[in-house]
Design a binder for this molecule. Structure first.
Ligand code: ZN
Length: 191
């Protein structure tokens, strides 16, 4: 297993559409396992392949809350086949949009169809945080970030701040300054 570098916005690869997986083979299982390890280390509760630069329709999740405990979920070619009319709003964050959060409205319940780690077809009813997370990760496969669901004004403000942080980090690195700021991220929201 290996930790993979996570791309952050604005990165053109995060805006691309990912390709469906033909078969779940050893190479794909390796990617899934590496993604899961990378997600746990971040820490986060969901990660999509394009976030580590692989334009494949693969997502991993593991939600461990009092109200939902899913265990590790590895999904290839996930698709929403049903969505509730009822919506919920949840304050989302993203490992590719570090340290920014916003309320996003999505269907409260969805049914997702996918191939598991063995390549078997599965269907799962998702609600609560799991429903939010599955929809957030599938969005990544279509080049959509949670900030694409909020106002352009707020989105552009976040993107400008991310660019500024990146430039500061690059300058510090060039000057040999330590850049590893203490992480006090709330991993509750890092999808
Ligand atoms: Zn995300």
């Amino acid at each position: 297993m290996a930790l993979l570098p996570i791309l952050t916005a604005p990165d053109p690869r995060l805006k691309k559409k990912s390709q469906p997986v033909a078969t779940v083979d050893a190479e794909l299982r390796q990617l899934m396992d590496d993604m899961l390890e990378t997600m746990y280390a971040a820490p986060g509760i969901g990660l999509a392949a394009p976030q580590v630069g692989a334009l494949k329709r693969v997502i991993v999740l593991d939600i461990d809350r009092e109200e939902v405990k899913t265990g590790p979920l590895l999904m290839a070619n996930p698709e929403i086949i049903e969505a509730s009319d009822e919506d919920v709003s949840y304050e989302e964050g993203c490992l590719s949009v570090p340290e920014h959060y916003a309320e996003v409205v999505r269907p409260a319940k969805v049914r997702v169809r996918y191939l598991d780690r063995e390549g078997a077809r599965q269907e799962m009813e998702c609600e609560g945080l799991l429903a939010t997370c599955v929809q957030h990760e599938i969005d990544h496969l279509d080049g959509i970030l949670f900030i694409d669901h909020i106002s352009a004004l707020k989105r552009n403000m976040i993107l400008r701040k991310l660019l500024k942080t990146r430039k500061e980090k690059e300058r510090d690195e060039a000057e040999g300054k330590p850049t590893d700021k203490a992480k006090d991220k709330d991993s509750a929201h890092a999808l």
